[in-house]
Design a protein around this ligand. Structure first.
Ligand SMILES: [Zn+2]
Length: 303
């Protein structure tokens, strides 16, 4: 018995010696610098910052509905996408089932636009059609992203991955959001900024434990985007990441509810680049940037 005890003692001493000798030459890890500490909303908001840490991410998007009267002229739309992407803007398109199934040049537009860096979001008026739309985009040679581009706020609680024909589509980002169906005036939630909605009932409450990131597009109007940038420059919104989306009609290729076209968009682009905190990104990239900057909710009412 005694020899076993001594044997264990020797083993313990040896292992301690090994631990010490192994740890001795290893330098201590460098102390974590204060800037890389996890972002806490309370402390970040309480401390006045000398430098402007807010970033304004601007995306552009176009919806194509199922009804053929609302379909874009493919050549004109491609020319538009070439112009905005050549400027340095990032665009996305969300097309409903009717167009994906009915437009003879859908594959051509999807593939040519993706070559320009345009992303394909998922925009369907029927919530159960989302996986089908994503599947059709892949069949047409495209790569659908994780953006639910437009939805009723009331369907938030049922947002989940969907499968169609064995193809599973997983939503991660929610763009837009309306309180009543059919693109009627006064229905859309026109807040800018990002957060994770708590529920359909408490949609504007941020849920730090939730998973679906809401990217607010704001009013889509050029003058409102400029005013938002000026407000940020004045130190009015001290969130790390704020979002705003230009939205262009597929038929007129002007900003929705406006006559502003390519010329005005170009002027807007140049004016916005005067602000060093402006970034051009797709809706999905905006959500990624928001997460990387600490997921600080930044809902801003614009009405
Ligand atoms: Zn629509």
């Amino acid at each position: 018995m005694k020899s076993i005890y001594v044997f264990w003692m020797i083993l313990i001493i040896l292992s301690l010696a090994c631990n010490f000798s192994a740890s001795e030459p290893t330098p201590m890890p460098a102390p974590v610098s204060p800037t890389s500490a996890p972002i806490e909303t309370t402390t970040a908001a309480a401390q006045p910052t000398e430098t402007n840490l807010t970033m304004l991410y601007i995306s552009g998007t176009t919806h194509i509905e199922s009804k053929p009267q609302t379909w874009p002229n493919v050549d004109a739309f491609l020319a538009f996408l070439r112009q905005v992407t050549a400027l340095g803007m990032k665009w996305s398109v969300g097309a409903d089932i009717g167009w994906l199934e009915g437009e003879p040049r859908a594959a051509e537009l999807i593939q040519a636009s993706e070559a320009l860096g345009v992303q394909w979001d998922v925009h369907t008026h029927s919530p159960q059609d989302r996986a089908k739309a994503a599947y059709l985009i892949t069949q047409l040679g495209g790569h659908p992203n994780s953006v639910v581009s437009g939805m009723l706020v009331s369907e938030f609680n049922s947002i989940a991955p969907q499968t169609y024909q064995g193809f599973t589509w997983t939503p991660q980002v929610l763009w837009g959001g309306t309180n009543c169906p059919g693109h009627r005036p006064g229905c859309d939630d026109l807040a800018a900024g990002l957060w994770i909605p708590l529920s359909a009932e408490q949609y504007t409450t941020h849920n730090p434990n939730g998973q679906y990131i809401r990217v607010g597009g704001g009013t889509h109007q050029l003058e409102d985007g400029l005013a938002l940038a000026q407000a940020i420059a004045n130190g009015q919104h001290t969130y790390p990441v704020i979002s705003f989306t230009l939205m262009v009609s597929p038929t007129t290729l002007t900003i929705v509810e406006s006559s502003d076209g390519m010329a005005e968009i170009t002027t807007f682009f140049n004016e916005m680049n005067g602000y060093n905190f402006v970034r051009w990104a797709n809706i999905e990239e905006t959500a990624q940037a928001w997460v990387e900057a600490g997921s600080v909710p930044s809902r801003i009412e614009m009405e």
